[in-house]
Design a protein around this ligand. Structure first.
Ligand code: 2P0
Length: 339
């Protein structure tokens, strides 16, 4: 009835932006990401045998409140429902801690809901099942569906109304491309004014470019897979940049417009372009926030970090392709998590 699990965040190279079903968190298009090691969230879930009693939710040393709490409780309740009445799962104690700042703009919710889904299912007595875990993690946060498995993961749009064909699927393991580097340039630590969830809803409802975005992204996922297979950094980088621009262009066309870029974001993006002219292999991507993530290789990693710092970033977070979400401990059970 108790288990601890860990999961990494991920950065999308072809992004998810917009839901066709808000409740089940079903996307309008497929997306593709690389899992970010060594950053991770570690979560312990313990179900009590009591039939009543509120869940106790602690995130990064603080008791969770409001929407943050509700989203965790809803996921725990889904697990209680799936386990059935016979399992007698009562109120849960959930303790979660991330080793990277939420303000980094690195979808901390992806790692958080992936670790929670794996820990909660294990605590409830379910065997490891990446597909079921991804579908459950998706109900907490869409991008979490891509943090169950490591390496390069495609979140399939799916067609079913119940969402059972909309989950993250590993296409290549982290070991496929160990030289790849993702560097996060910290140009701002301010909380963003419009959260991703609200931003994507507004974009779907008001941006006239939205249908073109969704159609284009589906094609881009197919395209980028070919280049990841060949470890072609330039081709992957060009698609990632183009896709990030298109996501932001679609959001900028919403009413009211959504602009997640800051002047320093553009300074780093410009510096990337200049660095390429000097022979450094570096491309950017940008989530719904101001901190760009630069894609480069181990050979150019330190030059790129210097470049980001000299263009307004006060810190650089270095990432490599990360592995699967894992069960770290499960009292009374042999650990079946994959390394
Ligand atoms: C992504 N983002 O593909 C995109 C790119 C941000 C920009 O997924 O509403 O926290 O919980 O499903 O997953 C961030 O949105 O949103 C995100 P919900 P989520 O990574």
């Amino acid at each position: 009835m108790k288990a601890t699990a860990t999961a990494h965040p991920n950065i999308a190279l072809v992004k998810y932006w917009g839901k066709r079903n808000e409740k089940l968190i079903l996307p309008h298009q497929s997306s593709l990401s690389v899992t970010l090691g060594p950053l991770q969230v570690t979560t312990t879930v313990e179900f009590t045998k009591l039939t009543t009693g509120p869940d106790v939710i602690e995130i990064n040393g603080k008791s969770a409140e409001g929407t943050e709490r509700t989203r965790v409780v809803e996921l725990l309740s889904l697990v209680r429902k799936q386990a059935g009445a016979k399992a007698k799962l009562g109120g849960a104690i959930m303790i979660s801690r991330g080793d990277f700042p939420a303000s980094a703009g690195l979808a901390s919710s992806a790692a958080a809901f992936a670790a929670l889904a794996v820990a909660a299912r294990a605590a409830a007595g379910f065997e490891r099942d990446p597909r079921a875990e991804s579908i459950l993690a998706r109900r907490g946060s869409g991008s979490a569906s891509r943090s169950i498995e490591g390496g390069f993961v495609r979140w399939n749009r799916g067609k079913r109304a119940d969402g059972n064909d909309s989950f993250g699927e590993q296409l290549f393991e982290a070991e496929h491309w160990p030289e790849l580097r993702m560097l996060v340039g910290m140009v701002s630590r301010e909380e963003k004014e419009v959260k991703s969830r609200d931003g994507m809803r507004s974009t779907v409802e008001t941006s006239p470019y939205y249908p073109a975005w969704a159609k284009d992204a589906e094609r881009e996922v197919k395209e980028i897979v070919k280049f990841i297979k060949r470890r072609d950094l330039q081709a992957v980088g060009e698609i990632a940049e183009r896709n990030a621009w298109r996501m932001h262009a679609t959001a900028l066309a919403a009413n009211p417009p959504l602009c997640y870029l800051k002047p320093a974001t553009l300074a780093v993006i410009e510096a990337c372009r200049y660095a390429r002219q000097q022979g450094i292999g570096v491309w950017f991507t940008l989530d719904a926030g101001p901190n760009p993530v630069l894609l480069t290789s181990r050979a150019d990693e330190h030059k790129v970090a210097e470049l980001i710092r000299s263009h307004g970033a006060d810190d650089v977070v270095h990432c490599v392709p990360g592995g699967d979400a894992r069960v770290l401990s499960q009292p009374g059970k042999r650990i079946g998590g994959r390394a």
